[in-house]
Write a protein that binds this ligand. Structure first.
Ligand SMILES: [Cu+2]
Length: 202
């Protein structure tokens, strides 16, 4: 009886070791070919979602500036987004627009209005105008708060009238209908940002 028990526990131990060894060698395989694995994953993503993948085309920088303890970044994604709700502030859908225009505003050091470095700044009214230097085509509007995988921002899908070099003007101010403050410095006055950026349809 004792002999049988001994045999059984040895067998269990042996099987356990086999299992462990198997897992170990699998883990080793993974670490030996990380590049191949990443490439395979990329290929799979590209095949499944060529356009709407979260890691779509890179942002095109328009301009940036730091002031008032805030980093003001303006970019566009050369692809309209499938925003929900779909008619958010009359925004054209991703089939009817060309780009997703964005203002990304985050606190940096010494923000006097209660925001810690990296915090998104809510409660802003962002309006813009863009004029094509070559054709004179002009677009204008307001960008509204929304969120996405890369964080909250102000944005809008925009139909671009033509390709070319655009003079962008952005105005940023406190949205006093929806945001207020107290026990901090007086909020900064309406700011104007002017930049030039190329637009080419993708
Ligand atoms: Cu957006």
């Amino acid at each position: 009886m004792l002999h049988k028990k001994y045999l059984l526990s040895t067998l269990v131990l042996f099987l356990g070791l086999l299992l462990l060894a198997g897992c170990g060698s699998k883990a080793e395989d993974h670490s030996n070919h990380p590049a191949e694995e990443a490439a395979a994953t990329d290929a799979a993503n590209t095949e499944a979602q060529p356009v709407d993948a979260a890691a779509g085309p890179a942002d095109v920088p328009i301009g940036k500036e730091n002031k008032f303890g805030t980093e003001f970044v303006f970019v566009y994604i050369p692809l309209a987004k499938d925003v929900h709700p779909s008619m958010y502030h009359g925004m054209p859908g991703n089939k009817d627009a060309d780009i997703h225009l964005e203002g990304d505003f985050h606190a940096i050091e010494d923000n006097k209005w209660g925001f810690a470095p990296g915090d998104w700044i809510p409660g802003l009214k962002l309006t813009y105008e863009a004029v094509n230097q070559q054709t004179g085509d002009k677009i204008e509007g307001r960008l509204y708060p929304m969120t996405a995988a890369d964080g909250p921002h102000y944005g809008l899908n925009v139909k671009m009238p033509s390709e070319g070099t655009y003079d962008f003007t952005f105005w940023v101010e406190l949205d006093t209908e929806n945001f207020a403050y107290h026990d901090v410095d007086e909020w900064w006055a309406k700011q104007e940002f002017k930049y030039t950026a190329e637009y080419k349809k993708q």
